[in-house]
Design a protein around this ligand. Structure first.
Ligand code: PNS
Length: 165
């Protein structure tokens, strides 16, 4: 069985992420969407919230499951007998860092990184920009699933009410 991992922070999941997961699900028998829960970055959504949103977003794909992971991605892959990492590439600017990570991961264990070009309609899309636009009241409804948009608006409102907006 050919297994792959689609790793990321998914804070929150966007239509661009879902596009890559769907395409990976056609290339591999089983795809694990692995949500990084390392504490290094401050997140808008908790790990549990990010995982729950991904579970809902990935429901249409029968061979996709969602898991959280901490520590090294290569350790998670070894524990789950996964030998391929799928990453979306939006532009040449993504390539430098992604290549570095792919080569580092390959040096740590027996793993290949498969780069999938982002669909053109999502080439500008990043969770960080979605959050910034939403924070200033912009409409991101075309860029994320409807249920994610509702949670994002609620979280932004909570932050504003709590003086963190
Ligand atoms: O969505 P992101 O923030 O680009 O996801 C990055 C992620 C989580 C895939 C990456 O930071 C990662 O793999 N983190 C786990 C720690 C690790 O393995 N670091 C070494 C990378 S070479």
């Amino acid at each position: 069985m050919r297994k792959a991992v689609c790793p990321g922070s998914f804070d929150p999941v966007t239509n661009g992420h879902i596009d890559i997961v769907e395409r990976a699900s056609r290339l591999f028998d089983e795809v694990v969407v692995a949500v990084g829960v390392n504490k290094s970055k401050s997140r808008l959504f908790t790990a549990e919230e990010r995982i729950a949103m991904l579970v809902e977003a990935c429901q249409p794909f029968a061979n996709v499951r969602v898991a959280g992971f901490s520590g090294l991605l290569t350790t998670f892959c070894a524990e789950n007998s996964i030998h391929a990492i799928v990453k979306g590439l939006r532009a040449v600017s993504d390539f430098d860092y992604e290549l570095q990570m792919a080569q580092m991961n390959a040096s740590l264990t027996d793993i290949e990184t498969v780069f999938v070009p982002t669909s053109p309609e999502y080439s500008f899309l990043a969770s960080s920009l979605v959050k910034e636009v939403a924070t200033f009241g912009g409409d991101v409804s075309g860029l994320i699933p409807g249920f994610v948009n509702e949670r994002l608006k609620a979280r932004v409102a909570e932050r504003v009410a709590g003086g963190q907006g």
